[in-house]
Design a protein around this ligand. Structure first.
Ligand code: XMP
Length: 514
């Protein structure tokens, strides 16, 4: 069955993924393609609508990202946003030039409520603007449908050809009624019905996997993180005991995490799959002995993980399929989808199939954004505490212990982290911050306990708010919670006599310590 699809044509804007997510929030499937994608390919996709993104360039400059004018003749509705709106005007005979007044921030826009794009939107509405160029003259056949004090053409349209454009960004939350506008576009203008629903996605995926795999053998590296857990459950529902999940406990997991993963996926759990837990703690600690340099630690953990996984895979023998928990942002960020710059590739423990004897990879979550993966997880009946897990790095506590990793230090940071997480959750702050954990600084300092001098370690607490983890802010956790956590840590965790709170944002720090 063909899914109705809206295409985002990416001109290098920073909000490209956001546009696609907002469209999907309208229950319409949406994919991102670079402006370099051939017109024939776009045409063959038979989109219900096309959205041009913003971008950093000036469309009238030589070499600026552009597209063939034929796209406006397809009869498919097009919405141009920011750079996309300027490009539309430029290509169709309007004029774009440097704006006399640069608009940036939340700006009041007056809209023409008769426009299909603005049906149900307030006449005066706050929108997010960020532009140096402006449209000084409309293309023939277009009429203005919104303006601001400084921008005569804040939105424009040619209803007959179903071409729409906004100088502002409807996709960002600062545009108060932006979601309404996007919904007007995909429903009222493109005529979508909204067939992108997680329950049917899950059902159809299970069916498709079943047909593909037949009686084949499937192998999955399970980390207990959201993506691999959702992928594993989907596979187990599709092919049951033909699936084997290998869970490598590298001894760098959070407190009790290994047992929690086993409780869900192991023999006592409710899924019909073969679960292999490899307790490889000692091997990892041995390899990490004496190693202090962060990158070297990351490398060792990553490589050792592959070795362990490979050994297990050899025992299982040749498999037909290997499952990977790749999600849509991975696809876009690795440059396969849109046009945005490649973002630093994190070392992910897991995956890396070259060493394993298999025929094909299955990536059941390849089309999903993170919030959709969580929705799919809930559809599949995975417990909420797993579905809403905060991110946890592949190298685990290995990069939350500064300097050499030892079993004793792992225990210290596990205990402190468990207390911090418990106190944050108890106070309801787990809903307000995006990631929080304890790290072990390698610093020892003098303290006093009873009448005794101590010379012990300092724990650092971290809590950040962020939308994309590329930048982050240190969260202003109430002093009371920090205080309570501090006294519990120094009382309950051996060899710790000091607790510090990390007030640094990213940049200049990173979220993790190494
Ligand atoms: P940084 O420290 O780079 O972290 O500011 C940003 C986000 O990425 C997570 N992170 C990782 N995730 N493998 C992962 O899967 C890694 O090697 C890794 N390093 C950092 C980090 O927890 C934060 O959410």
């Amino acid at each position: 069955m063909k899914r109705e699809t809206v295409i985002v044509l990416d001109f290098g804007g920073q909000y490209n993924q956001l546009i696609a997510r907002r469209v999907r929030e309208c229950n319409v499937y949406c994919e991102i393609y670079s402006y370099k994608t051939e017109f024939e390919k776009i045409k063959a996709l038979q989109p219900k609508g096309i959205i041009f993104t913003g971008g950093p360039n000036s469309c009238y400059e030589a070499g600026a990202p552009s597209y063939t004018k034929e796209i406006f003749e397809l009869g498919v509705p097009v919405l141009g946003i920011c750079y996309g709106s300027q490009l539309m005007m430029h290509l169709l005979g309007g004029r774009v030039e440097k704006a006399p007044v640069r608009e940036y921030g939340k700006i009041e826009v007056t809209v023409d409520q008769k426009s299909k794009l603005f049906g149900g939107v307030s006449e005066k509405t706050i929108c997010w603007m960020s532009h140096n160029d402006y449209i000084s003259q409309l293309a023939p056949g277009f009429m203005a449908s919104a303006h601001t004090a400084d921008c005569p053409y804040a939105a424009m349209e040619c209803e007959e050809k179903r071409l729409y454009a906004t100088q502002f960004h409807p996709e960002v939350l600062h545009t108060k009624e932006g979601q309404k506008m996007l919904s007007n576009f995909v429903y009222g203008i493109c005529g979508c019905k909204g067939d992108w629903k997680m329950d049917s996605f899950v059902e159809q995926s299970i069916q498709a996997i079943r047909e593909k795999v037949g009686k084949g053998k499937v192998l999955c590296a399970l980390s207990g993180g959201v993506d691999s857990s959702v992928a594993a459950v989907m596979l187990s529902k599709a092919v049951g005991s033909q699936l084997t999940c290998v869970f490598v406990d590298h001894g760098l997991l959070r407190k009790n995490e290994g047992d929690e993963v086993e409780a869900v996926f192991g023999p006592e759990g409710e899924y019909d799959l073969n679960f292999i837990r490899v307790n490889a703690q000692e091997r990892f600690y041995e390899k990490l002995k004496g190693v202090e340099e962060p990158e070297q630690k990351r490398k060792i953990i990553g490589e050792e993980f592959i070795r362990v996984f490979e050994e297990e895979a050899k025992k299982i023998g040749a498999v037909d399929y290997l499952v990977q928990g790749t999600i849509y942002p991975d696809v876009v960020e690795s440059g396969l989808g849109g046009e945005s710059t490649v973002i630093k590739s994190h070392h992910n423990v897991g995956g890396l199939p070259e060493y394993v004897d298999f025929k094909e990879i299955i990536e059941p979550l390849r089309d999903l954004f993170k919030d959709e993966v969580r929705k799919a997880g809930l559809e599949l009946g995975i417990p909420e505490y797993l579905v809403f897990r905060q991110p946890f790095p592949g190298p685990g506590l290995g990069i939350r212990i500064i300097g050499e990793v030892t079993a004793e230090k792992v225990a210290m940071v596990q205990d402190a982290d468990a207390i911090w997480r418990e106190e944050i959750a108890k106070a309801g702050w787990d809903q307000k911050v995006n990631q929080y954990f304890a790290a072990l600084t390698n610093m020892r300092s003098v303290g006093v306990m009873g009448d005794e001098r101590t010379y012990d370690y300092a724990i650092a607490l971290r809590a950040v708010t962020t939308t994309d983890f590329m930048t982050a802010e240190s969260a202003d956790i109430p002093w009371e919670i920090i205080g309570r956590t501090t006294s519990r840590i120094v009382n309950e965790v051996k060899n710790v006599n000091r607790v510090l709170y990390d007030c640094t944002g990213k940049p200049p720090a990173t979220v993790e310590f190494e």
